[in-house]
Design a protein around this ligand. Structure first.
Ligand code: ATP
Ligand code: MG
Length: 180
């Protein structure tokens, strides 16, 4: 399982359609301060369903939409598409690739697509739960996250291990059933 490509359009500092193709080896993204490296990892977390504007380093969801520069006007929507390899079938999707798209309009409307089919946010979350790849999974370790994990309450820290052990899916279902 690996990331195949990421396409951004209107997301943060990427007004033009930008496609990043990854191979199954290691990829490093380098660039000067403020050039958009962290915006790329924000885009991956965002397309996987991140709803916390704080962890997206913004104040409101609208902040993910390209806000314009001195030479260029703001955009009306942000869109990110992530394609993952699924040839080993790790994701519960019957296809060799998983393609996830999230679109957000300044008006506040959101759209989610899974392999080009319109879905709900929770469908996206279901696919990535327990894979470590979810928006809150451990595959994306942001600056300061290690300290956070070490300093956190043991019950919160347990969640990281539960995700790695693949039991989050069952705990979530149990909690949902108990709420009904
Ligand atoms: P560093 O090396 O300092 O960590 P970086 O390469 O990670 O830098 P980012 O934090 O990804 O840089 O990018 C910051 C840039 O993105 C800033 O110039 C900021 O103005 C721009 N930016 C963030 N959100 C938007 C937005 N909504 N519209 C336009 N530009 C944005
Ligand atoms: Mg950065």
């Amino acid at each position: 399982m690996y990331l195949k490509s990421l396409e951004l359009q209107g997301f943060k500092s990427f007004p033009d359609k930008t496609t990043i193709r990854f191979s199954d080896g290691m990829t490093a993204i380098v660039g000067p301060n403020g050039s958009g490296k962290s915006n790329i990892s924000d885009a991956i977390r965002w397309v996987l369903g991140e709803q916390s504007t704080k962890s997206l380093r913004g104040a409101k969801m609208e902040d993910v939409v390209f806000g314009g520069t001195a030479r260029r006007g703001a955009m009306g929507a942000a869109q990110v598409t992530l394609i993952l390899d699924n040839s080993a079938g790790q994701f519960p999707v019957e296809a060799a690739e998983v393609m996830v798209t999230r679109k957000y309009f300044r008006s506040g409307e959101s759209e989610y697509y899974l392999n080009r089919k319109r879905v709900r946010l929770r469908d996206i979350r279901d696919v990535f739960m327990d894979t470590g790849l979810g928006h809150d999974g451990y595959s994306i370790i942001g600056q300061g996250r290690i300290d956070e994990i070490l300093a956190t309450k043991s019950t919160d820290r347990r969640e990281v291990f539960e995700e790695a052990a693949g039991v989050t899916r069952f705990r979530t279902r149990k909690e949902e059933a108990e709420r009904k």
